[in-house]
Design a protein around this ligand. Structure first.
Ligand SMILES: [Zn+2]
Length: 185
């Protein structure tokens, strides 16, 4: 990956991620939710290697099914919830209070920091698959009013930790797609 073609690299990553998110939204049977986010993680340097997960309850169900793998769902849920909460409470995880994690964080969407898709992909990559986050580029999407899958920058909860943990191209894509707005606190 050469610095002089970063624009091309991020452009290709974005297009690939948008295809993945579009396909995931199209095959989604988890019900209507107007502000549902799909976060795509692509391995830097290998666009065939990716994971994608929804925000909110649908994403929690997806993640629980992966982690429990046919076994005890309640145990999997406890492990996921405890691990995500512990991370978000830590300084490197954004230094959230318990109420900000579960009820109302820093973003105008008014949900707790653990409800987003980003903490779920964090858990999936780091704690389930034991992968190094620095090699994974994350690109979040949602659907606009006309059903088009568009970029959805990490919210004010997620941007407290997302850009510094995942591959730096995640932040570069945010900057290209949303400009300074994607970093405003
Ligand atoms: Zn968020």
């Amino acid at each position: 990956m050469y610095l002089d073609n970063l624009g091309e690299v991020t452009g290709n990553l974005f297009e690939r991620a948008q295809q993945i998110a579009t396909a995931k939204f199209q095959s989604d049977t988890s019900g209507k939710n107007s502000d549902k986010v799909c976060v795509v993680a692509i391995q830097a340097g290998n666009m065939d290697n990716y994971h994608a997960i929804f925000s909110g309850a649908p994403g929690y169900t997806e993640l629980t099914n992966i982690v429990s793998n046919g076994g005890n769902k309640k145990a999997a849920q406890e492990r996921i919830t405890n691990t995500i909460k512990e991370f978000l409470r830590s300084e490197e995880g954004g230094d959230f209070s318990d109420l900000q994690i579960t009820d109302h964080g820093f973003d105008m969407h008014g949900r707790g920091a653990m409800n987003c898709a980003e903490p779920k992909i964090f858990y999936l990559l780091k704690h389930q698959l034991n992968l190094s986050l620095k090699t994974w580029v994350i690109v979040p999407f949602n659907k606009n009013e006309t059903g088009i899958v568009i970029y959805n920058a990490p919210c004010k909860n997620c941007r407290r930790w997302v850009y510094k943990h995942f591959n730096f191209l995640s932040g570069l894509i945010a900057k290209q797609q949303k400009g300074a707005d994607a970093f405003e606190e």
